[in-house]
Ligand binder design. Structure first.
Ligand SMILES: [Zn+2]
Length: 256
């Protein structure tokens, strides 16, 4: 069994053929998928999709690209209490797209760090050109926060700091790209019990599908590359990353 820990199946690109996408994933063994919210509306839609499909879960949160001045954090808090929600996010900081609203991004990220502690749910963290800033915000909560740095895009050194902080590293399609030596060195060095696999569908399709809409069934390509780097079987990578997803997100736990 393979677990895709990060897919935006709530994106309108999946509106027409969601059932087929989920079935193709199941044929490839990707039988559990976490659907990721990016604002109030997409979080709500993630929960709706998760309630309608066996093996699908949701997160609720505000992506740093979607922050605004009168953020409905109360609405997010209500969504977080929903049975289908297994994590808070996608949240974090993005200094690639926007640098001018960093204070607001930090405020909304901090509110979600606190929600994750209050509800004992992992954070799904997005960083882009902002690992250091996000790390510094999480550091005072060391021991209380947990989660994943999704689609990890910083250095090996930063990946080690994330792991020391108690976080997991999310590996996606870019590990299959020619230029991604840094990501492959992260896969090589970071212990297997700290890696998660994810697609970030519909974005970041693996090399064989590059430029096309990504979908959870393509996750097998990511697993293949990790298996080669680690010198393990694809079955072992699938099993261990699924166990890691269970541990972090408590999928299928007693309270679900
Ligand atoms: Zn995402």
């Amino acid at each position: 069994m393979i677990t895709d820990t990060h897919a935006h199946l709530n994106d309108e690109m999946f509106d027409d053929d969601l059932k087929d996408v989920i079935n193709r994933a199941k044929v490839q063994g990707v039988s559990r998928i976490i659907v990721i919210g990016m604002d109030n509306e997409t979080s709500k839609k993630a929960i709706e999709i998760a309630s309608a499909h066996e093996g699908l879960y949701a997160t609720a949160g505000i992506h740093p690209g979607y922050v605004d001045d009168d953020q409905d954090m109360g609405g997010i808090k209500d969504l977080i209490k929903t049975h289908q929600v297994v994590g808070v996010g996608e949240t974090g900081l993005d200094l690639h797209w926007r640098k001018d609203n960093l204070d607001l991004q930090k405020e909304v990220f901090l509110a979600q760090i606190k929600l994750s502690i209050e509800f004992d749910l992992p954070l799904v963290i997005h960083t882009r050109s902002s690992f250091e800033e996000a790390y510094q915000m999480l550091l005072p909560f060391k021991g209380k926060v947990k989660g994943v740095f999704h689609c990890f895009s910083s250095t090996l050194e930063d990946a080690k700091r994330a792991v020391n902080l108690g976080f997991y590293i999310g590996i996606d399609g870019p590990v299959t790209y020619k230029k991604s030596d840094v990501i492959r060195s992260i896969v090589e060095d970071i212990p297997m019990d700290r890696l998660l696999v994810e697609t970030d569908s519909p974005y970041l399709a693996p090399q064989a599908y590059r430029g096309k809409r990504n979908e959870p069934s393509y996750l097998v390509d990511v697993i293949d590359v990790i298996a080669k780097i680690k010198g393990m079987t694809t079955e072992a990578i699938a099993r261990i990353t699924t166990q890691n997803a269970d541990t972090l997100f408590r999928l299928g736990g007693k309270d679900r």
